[in-house]
Write a protein that binds this ligand. Sequence first.
Ligand SMILES: O=c1ccn([C@H]2C[C@H](O)[C@@H](COP(=O)(O)OP(=O)(O)OP(=O)(O)O)O2)c(=O)[nH]1
Length: 144
Amino acid sequence: MIVKIINKSDNALPHYETEASAGMDLRAVTTEAITLKPLERTIVKTGLFIELPVGIEAQVRPRSGLAAKHGITVLNAPGTIDADYRGEIGVILVNISNENFTIENGERIAQLVFARHEQAQFEEVEVLSETARGQGGFGSTGKN
Ligand SMILES: O=c1ccn([C@H]2C[C@H](O)[C@@H](COP(=O)(O)OP(=O)(O)OP(=O)(O)O)O2)c(=O)[nH]1
C-alpha cells in the first residue's frame, strides 16, 4: 500500500524496525524538550502529514516500553487518523506516573499502525435478532 507523506521534520521517514512489524515509530518534533508532570498531557507534533487511501485509517498507539518503564501513554489510544485528514499528525501523550518525564526532540513517542475499516449505513429496525448473550455484557459471564 502506498501512502503519500509530507515530512516537515528533520527525522527520516517512519519505518518498520523489523520485517514483520505492525507499527512504525513516530518521533517528537519540538524546539525545546517537553516535560510532562504527573497526570499532565500534551499534544506532541510529528512534522508528518499523510494522505491515506479511502478505506484505510492510521492508528496512533502507545509504545509499550514508554508505558511500562515510565507510565507514558497515548491518552486517546488508538488515536484515529482519517483518510481525509490533511493536517499534521499529533500525538496526545499523558504521564500517568508519579514522576516528571521529559520528551526530547526526535524521541520515539508512539507508533502508527495502518488498518482497513468499513463505513456502515444504519438500517433502522424495531427488533434485533435473539442470541444466547442477549443484553448481557460488562462482566455478565463472570469474573474469570
Ligand atoms: O491522535 C490523534 C487523533 C487525531 N488526529 C487528527 C487526525 C484525525 O483525522 C483528526 C480528527 O480526529 P478525531 O476524529 O479523533 O477528533 P475529534 O475530536 O472527533 O475532532 P474532529 O471534530 O476534528 O473530527 O485529528 C491526530 O493527529 N492524532
